[in-house]
Design a protein around this ligand. Structure first.
Ligand SMILES: Cc1cc2nc3c(=O)[nH]c(=O)nc-3n(C[C@H](O)[C@H](O)[C@H](O)COP(=O)(O)OP(=O)(O)OC[C@H]3O[C@@H](n4cnc5c(N)ncnc54)[C@H](O)[C@@H]3O)c2cc1C
Length: 374
């Protein structure tokens, strides 16, 4: 690959080249777990699962802004395939808050250098948006903790080498009772389900993780006792503009498909684009797409600059996710019957919009966060 004197532009070109080489892996989906492993390994060979992990631990050591730019480019060229590396990135961000430098660097180095996947075990049947309602218990013992509970939606569940599990030591203390633990899937008492059948989840696996009297030594607890909720909030805050970058890349791809199609498709002896009912809608979406990009870049720039970013992060996720939803559903309308066939890319992007809606908090959760900052 030739290099320009613009490193971020080089990252975009590199992502495009990677997507061209990797696209065939997305078509081979006989065994979901095997496909997920193969795709993840391809991402890991380029260190795309470790963009934010420091270089001294074997990661790329990028800043948040550059990471967002890479995610946008990857999701434009390989839509729907970023869930697994982004989940690992979220987990690595939590590990950065580990109690000791040795523990932190050991895990981050393993994840980066060995190309490991990590799973984030938070959501439960009765705890979705209401994170503090988790019932998974971490009972204190002399050696550490014993964990009991069931996590219902864990991405990477069948390919992860580590889980980060959230559990409460004292339910009566609410948020202050929540802790996060690093747990190996092969630990006695950890059980995983078969992968869910999820439309549009390309090359990733997702399922349940059960913790049945799982021992966790104290040193595998992240942060101080009772700090799990606050670590989680910080991780979600930082993750939201990165998910927004993912939404923006997919929205841009859908937009390009619609523009190309409407300029070719003739009805009533004109291109569809020639009807103002359509072109003015596209003008609106072009504007929203640009705004989505600027919002996520603003939030990531604030993280890089050490400024407050909670509100801007939620604004970026809210706006980009709704832009993706609206553009892809417009695309489904515009492409008519061509949109609904199984191989249709616009359908895949539409499904991706449905998945991205809930990740790192739904639209209403983002609005609650924004309102809390007003
Ligand atoms: C593709 C995908 C991957 C995921 N990966 C993981 C993972 O790796 N690990 C993990 O732990 N979880 C994961 N999740 C779960 C995700 O975090 C939850 O789906 C999300 O937190 C929402 O929870 P819920 O689906 O139970 O919806 P609910 O919380 O039940 O919400 C349902 C609806 O009610 C609205 N609502 C809820 N409360 C309020 C309120 N107070 N005011 C107004 N409206 C409200 C919500 O906005 C939403 O529209 C994943 C989800 C998806 C779709």
């Amino acid at each position: 690959m030739t290099h320009s004197n613009n490193p971020r532009q080089d990252l975009v070109l590199e992502a495009k080249q990677f997507a061209i080489e990797t696209a065939p892996l997305l078509e081979n989906s006989q065994d979901r777990i095997e496909s997920a492993r193969n795709l993840y390994a391809a991402f890991a060979r380029k260190n795309y699962h470790a963009l934010l992990i420091p270089e001294h631990c074997g990661g790329r050591g990028l800043d948040y802004t550059s990471t967002g730019i890479v995610y946008e480019a990857l999701s434009y060229h390989l839509p729907g395939s970023l869930h697994a590396p982004i989940t690992t990135a979220h987990c690595a961000e939590m590990i950065k808050s580990a109690n000791t430098e040795v523990l932190r660097d050991t895990y981050l180095s393993e994840i980066a250098r060995k190309g490991l996947a990590v799973g984030f075990c938070l959501t439960e049947n009765s705890a979705g948006s209401d994170i503090a309602a988790i019932t998974t218990k971490a009972k204190k013992t002399r050696e550490g903790y014993v964990i009991n509970g069931e996590k219902t939606v864990v991405l990477n569940h069948a390919i992860a080498s580590y889980f980060i599990a959230f559990a409460t030591t004292s339910p009566e203390r609410g948020r202050a009772g929540i802790n996060a633990f690093i747990i190996k899937p092969e630990t006695k008492g950890v059980k995983i389900s078969a992968p869910y059948e999820v439309e549009g989840l390309t090359g990733s696996v997702m399922g349940e993780v059960l913790f049945d009297k799982v021992p966790a030594r104290q040193k595998y607890r992240l942060g101080e006792e009772g700090s799990g909720y606050f670590l989680l909030m910080e991780t979600l805050d930082k993750g939201r503009p990165l998910v927004a970058a993912n939404c923006t890349g997919s929205a841009h791809r859908a937009f390009d498909i619609i523009v190309t199609y409407t300029k070719q498709r003739q009805q009533f002896r004109k291109n569809l684009f020639a009807f103002q009912g359509i072109s003015l809608k596209l003008a609106e979406y072009a504007t929203r797409l640009n705004a989505a990009r600027l919002l996520y870049l603003d939030a990531l720039g604030r993280i890089d600059a050490g400024q407050s970013f909670t509100m801007e992060a939620s604004m970026s996720k809210l706006f980009a996710s709704e832009t993706l939803t609206d553009i892809t559903s417009f695309g489904m309308d515009i492409l008519g019957y061509r949109g609904i066939v199984t191989s249709s890319l616009i359908k895949k992007l539409y499904q991706e919009a449905q998945l991205l809606k809930s990740i790192d908090g739904t639209a209403n959760v983002q609005k609650m966060v924004i309102a809390s900052q007003l």
